[in-house]
Design a protein around this ligand. Sequence first.
Ligand code: F6R
Length: 258
Amino acid sequence: MEVIIKQDAEEVSNEATSIFRRQLRQKPASVLGLATGSTPLGLYRRMVAMAQAGEVDFSHATAFNLDEYVGLPGTHPQSYAAYMRAHLWDHIPMTRWHIPDGTARDIPLHCAEYEAAIRAAGGIDLQLLGLGSDGHIGFNEPGSSLGSRTRLKTLTAQTVADNASHFASPAEVPRHVVTMGVGTILDARHCLVLAFGERKAAAVAAMVEGPVTAMVPASALQMHPVCTLIVDEAAAVQLQRREYYRWVYENKPAWQRA
Ligand code: F6R
């Protein structure tokens, strides 16, 4: 895993933007895996700016989102579909985007179809991930099978509390989601995890330097051949080997830079 430590959230977003820019320039018909939450907002703002400046062409790309709340239609303002439209899809010329349907009648069937659609698109080239403060990726909460596929998950009380600020009250936060599984995420050719703030520091350390365990689903990324983690200084404070990660980054060969 490559660990990149940047000064602050702005720099994290800049670095992530460079990775998306390079991906789309090298392969305009890329299949992107996308996330919601507060972490990607700076990256999405920059992606919109890139598209509007004509720096990158999104029109050949396809996107699959990680997850959606069960019970919220895509028209609900707190649905992840609404989030994606507001922050990205309404502003870039990308027409092939997919997100799980939280109102599907037959959730297991819908999940199997979502997996099939990812396969039919050729698999995900670049998967963006935020990191839960409990070590989740997607909504694979601690204890999730590291081989899991897209399915229904029950959120933990901590995740419900973390997400409550987006709803009128914690009681309104749905308890269930449809999420890509850890195994689905690991199939992506390149995984890109972003994290900032001290609130994420323990999860970052457990993901990078702890044991690979279902108790920290993000630790499964240690098994991924091409995983990049970009964190700010605050999220890096608990990393034992942070000086080595900085050294590796400073000495990165020019051809490997985004
Ligand atoms: C969102 C998702 C989640 C978030 C994670 C971090 O699609 O899959 O794993 O990435 O909960 O959320 P934020 O970015 O709000 O801290």
